[in-house]
Design a protein around this ligand. Structure first.
Ligand code: NAD
Length: 386
């Protein structure tokens, strides 16, 4: 963990989230998109004594007002879209909680207005969008952090510590992914499964997390080439939605994706992710190195942590042994509170984003590469302009 991040988080933890915070400055916050995940952002902002959520926007008439009313916040100003909110308000920061396809425009517009941005994952839909967001970020000089809260889970940090400790030797092969036997997300409608709103399916919803877990652990090497595959057999089947068979018609993304990715440094990444499959898991995450190997049990969906104790396979004095790394139980602030707190600290102190876009650009380049390679039916080179 970086020193500045450690200081911010320790201060927050040691003081129960109260005195640690510089109360001399409140941040005026706006929420863009008041759907499902906006509720988690709102709850965390309510835990932050220096956050004032003053405005919110949603395209659906009345949705933003109803959202704030649910939190007993009658004074929050509401707007029919992100642009009118950004024009009317003088905000320090926004949480962008729209569906994936609206991420890029909202982030670019907010950064162009000089507003700090916490952008939900995945960063966006395509690599081109990610590059445009990066450009706006650089021009603005503002903080842009991407919403990967599992980064703040101690077990995720342990994976990175293990990789960085050298105990694995040179890492040359990684397998990652996960998923669910049945779990296409349609709890509040079809925004995840329609192409116009979700843009990408299991890939963007949970695939980006699996990629972040291992890429962050090994320092985000640049992706070079990808052979990708995507399918939609379950998403397109009306039987998948007993109460809403019409969703099958709307399904325009992937419910399964797999890929073989070459990374800088001679590392190969084997990846698969499923919203639905006729299997319990498409495999654990494994990280293979010349001195040791790490097995990380896969999770059914994603709750921000590992699926069980990890195992390190290594040699001690010529004997092949296994070391079990127990799951670290964590009763500190929630991962969402940490995501919001570290973002707010970066905004206030002008420090680096806790989950920087320069890393997540590579994550997005892989998602985009998988989609493009799958469409072309062949391996492609991942080209990321400087
Ligand atoms: N970090 C996490 O744990 C986590 C969990 C779930 C979802 N997410 C991410 O959060 C995002 C939103 O997911 P959700 O389930 O809340 O979606 P949702 O469909 O419930 O809500 C999105 C809302 O954004 C609104 N919107 C779209 N464009 C807008 C615009 N230009 N201005 C204002 N409002 C706009 C829509 O009207 C909708 O109400 C997705 O990108 C998803 O991947 C993250």
């Amino acid at each position: 963990m970086k020193e500045e991040e450690k200081k911010a988080l320790n201060a927050f933890q040691d003081n129960g989230g109260e005195e640690a915070v510089d109360m001399s400055r409140q941040l005026k916050i706006g929420i863009i998109g008041t759907g499902w995940i906006a509720g988690s952002h709102m709850e965390s902002y309510l835990h932050m004594p220096d956050a004032q959520v003053v405005a919110g926007a949603d395209l659906v008439p009345g949705k933003a007002a109803a959202f704030f009313e649910k939190f007993g916040m009658k004074d929050v100003r509401t707007y029919p879209d992100h642009k009118s909110m950004l024009d009317a308000e003088d905000l320090d920061a926004v949480s962008i909680c729209t569906y994936n396809a609206a991420h890029a425009q909202c982030a670019i517009d907010a950064l162009n207005k000089g507003v700090n941005v916490l952008l939900e994952k995945p960063m966006c839909v395509t690599l081109e969008e990610a590059l445009a967001i990066r450009e706006a970020e650089k021009n603005s000089g503002k903080v842009l952090s991407i919403g990967f809260q599992p980064r703040f889970d101690p077990n995720m940090k342990k994976i990175k510590e293990i990789c960085e400790s050298g105990v694995l030797g040179k890492i040359y092969y990684i397998q990652t992914g996960g998923g669910r036997r049945r779990g296409i997300p349609t709890p509040f409608g079809t925004s995840f499964i329609e192409k116009e709103t979700g843009g990408i399916g299991a890939l963007g919803d949970i695939g980006c997390y699996s990629l972040d877990m291992v890429l962050n652990a090994i320092g985000y090497p640049k992706p070079l080439t990808v052979t990708g595959y995507r399918s939609d057999f379950f998403g397109k089947n009306p039987k998948t939605y007993p109460f809403h068979p019409e969703y099958a018609e709307k399904f325009g993304v992937d419910d399964f994706a797999a890929a073989f990715i070459r990374l800088e440094g001679g590392i190969v990444l084997d990846f698969r992710i499923a919203w639905a499959m006729n299997l319990d898991t498409p495999g654990d995450t494994i990280i293979m190195g010349t001195e040791g190997g790490l097995r990380i049990p896969s999770t059914e969906c994603w709750n921000g942590t590992v699926g069980g104790p990890m195992t390190l396979y290594h040699e001690v004095a010529g004997s092949q042994v296994e070391t079990v790394i127990p799951v670290i139980e964590d009763d500190g602030p929630s991962l969402f509170d940490r995501k919001i707190r570290t973002f707010m600290n970066a905004c206030k102190n002008g420090t680096k984003a806790p989950v920087p876009s320069e890393q997540i650009l590579y994550n997005q380049a892989i998602l985009d590469g998988i989609a493009k390679s799958a469409e072309l039916g062949r391996e492609i080179e991942i080209v990321i302009p400087q």
